[in-house]
Design a protein around this ligand. Structure first.
Ligand SMILES: [Zn+2]
Length: 100
């Protein structure tokens, strides 16, 4: 291998790294915020960040401190369970008020 070929290899590796770096930096923000009933164990925030693609195996991270909370499908489970409980609690409250 002549020094020139080696040089070219180094160049191509460098440009590959450059492209990768650019893609990371230039990549549009495809994440969005969701609100979950559970508070972040680290900072207490209810706002979490999830990929817009919303694959079930995507990781859900705290929007504030970036702590990993759970997978997206687990977050969906939470969202499906809690609003029901909340509306039931509201119904109970209204029903109880009528009784008093
Ligand atoms: Zn947090």
């Amino acid at each position: 291998m002549s020094p020139k070929v080696l040089d070219e290899n180094v160049q191509s590796v460098r440009s590959m790294l450059d492209i990768q770096h650019k893609e990371t930096v230039m990549m549009p923000d495809t994440s969005e915020d969701i609100r979950l009933p559970v508070a972040c164990p680290s900072c207490g925030s209810h706002l979490y960040r999830v990929n817009q693609v919303r694959n079930p195996t995507d990781q859900v991270h705290c929007a504030s401190c970036k702590r990993y909370l759970c997978d997206y499908h687990e977050a969906v489970d939470m969202l499906e369970k809690v609003p029901k409980d909340e509306s039931e609690a509201l119904i109970e409250e209204v029903v109880n008020r009528r009784h008093h």
